[in-house]
Design a protein around this ligand. Structure first.
Ligand code: FES
Ligand code: FES
Length: 163
């Protein structure tokens, strides 16, 4: 039986405004490029099968699950990860709202939640509860029960939330 050949190629990818060139195997997943090659460990791996959303990043303006893409597909792309949200030590309104509304406990899902919610707020600056729930349906949280996350997203959009 022939052993399949794993090829490599050099890619250039912009992440949070910095351009990186790396040689990657054709089978390498984008999440592993981010975490292991670029040391951007904010994006998490919860399942590796596209179910949990912990690895969510924004890829050329579109929310994606980075365990569902190959690193070579990012050649020439511009990616935003959770590390790129805060300016210096200044949290974004969304990050501050997560903090204020206790929208995280263990924090494992939080980077993915923040990226999904960031993508939502760009598209819909004052989302309804239903829109928020729909936008976050691909992100699993086993701690919070979700309601505080919905409240935080709503608060970040400048809407009143019931405490
Ligand atoms: S690690 Fe990508 S969806 Fe779970
Ligand atoms: S805060 Fe623990 S999984 Fe969401």
């Amino acid at each position: 039986m022939d052993v399949p050949v794993v090829t490599s190629q050099t890619i250039s990818v912009e992440v949070n405004g910095t351009t990186y060139e790396r040689e990657v195997e054709s089978r390498r997943l984008l999440i592993h490029l981010l975490r292991d090659d670029l040391d951007l460990t904010g994006s998490h791996v919860g399942c590796d099968t596209g179910n949990c959303g912990a690895c969510s990043v924004i890829f050329d303006g579109t929310l994606v699950k980075s365990c569902m893409l190959l690193a070579v597909q990012a050649d020439g792309a511009s990616i935003e990860t959770v590390e790129g949200l805060a300016e210096e030590d200044e949290l974004t309104q969304l990050q501050q709202a997560f903090r204020d509304h206790h929208a995280l406990q263990c924090g494992y899902c939080t980077p993915g939640m923040l990226m999904s919610a960031t993508a939502l707020l760009r598209e819909s600056p004052r989302p309804s509860d239903e829109e928020i729930a729909k936008a976050l349906q691909g992100n699993i949280c086993r701690c919070t029960g979700y309601w505080n996350i919905v409240k935080a997203v709503k608060a970040a959009s400048g809407q009143e939330v019931a405490e």
